[in-house]
Every structure is written in C-alpha cells, then in structure tokens.
Write a protein that binds this ligand. Sequence first.
Ligand code: HEC
Length: 145
Amino acid sequence: MKPLLIACVASVIPFAALADHVLGGADIANGEAVYAETCASCHGARLEGQPDWQSPGPDGVMPAPPHDETGHTWHHDSQLLFDYTKFGGQAALEARGVKGFTSGMPAFEEVLSDAEIRDVLGFIRSTWPDRVQEVQDMRSHQSGG
Ligand code: HEC
C-alpha cells in the first residue's frame, strides 16, 4: 500500500501549488458576498466601476475601474490581482518597481483573509466569458503567478 500512497500525495502537491495562483478553485458564492460587502462601494454593484474611470479625478488619482470584461482586471496575472487587493495598489506597484504613482486602491490585509481574497477574485473571474478567463489563466501561468 505504501508506494501507492506516496504516488497520490505527489500528484496532489503540484495541484495545490497551482491553486494558490489560479483563481478557478475559489468559493464563488462566498466571493460574491465579500464583493457586495467590501468592493461594490467603489467598483460598482454590477462590477461596472466608477463613472469616467479612465480619467483621473480632481486629485489626480484614478477612479475604481470596472472588474467586468470591459475593464483591465483580466489583463493582469492572478498574483498581481491578489497583491493589489491584499497590500493595496501603491504597495503592489512599488514591489514591482513602479514608483511615484498614487493609487486609490486600499489594502485589505487587515480586513480579509487570503482565502477570502481568493474567493472574491474568483467571483470576479467567474463573471468573465470563457475566452477572457482562458486569456487571464494563460497570463497567470506565463508569469508564474
Ligand atoms: C475605496 C474604494 C475601493 C474599494 C472599497 C475597493 N477598491 Fe479596488 N480599486 C480602487 C481604485 C481607485 C482602483 C484603481 C487604482 C489604481 O489605478 O491603482 C482599484 C483597483 C483595483 C484592482 C486593480 C484592477 C486593475 O484593473 O488594474 C483590483 C484587482 C482591485 N481594485 C480589487 C478590489 C477588490 C477585490 C476589492 C474588495 C475587496 C476592492 N478592490 C475594493 C478602489 C477601491
């Protein structure tokens, strides 16, 4: 029995590592509830974003973009989306070498667990058409995140 057990464990490990980066395994229903409570006030109840989201506001800060397929959330790999939500836009960009950009996206690390962040991003992903989900998955695999 022992070799069989080892083979099973080995086949589970790569999947678990992948699940950290790919949003497909998230609890979508929980993510939808978290979204309504925590994100909808800025990103819109229907993920439509704030009005005129492509132009900076009077303070020079960009408004919240839509999370549906008309926005650019799906242009980013899952690790960036996760970091943006956990650490806030400013810190996520600074960690990638982008300095001097004031982001209006707050950090949620004090508010949401990592699992809740994955759930809410998984919910957002679930609203995209299949084609868009595939492109975003590919981007996440290519960047390793
Ligand atoms: C106080 C308003 C506010 C709330 C609440 C908020 N966001 Fe944001 N979010 C923003 C703004 C403003 C931006 C654009 C920031 C930028 O340009 O860096 C943004 C950008 C993002 C991005 C990057 C998207 C992209 O296309 O580049 C992600 C991902 C994101 N938010 C996820 C979330 C999630 C998930 C929640 C709920 C847990 C949430 N946001 C709640 C204001 C908010």
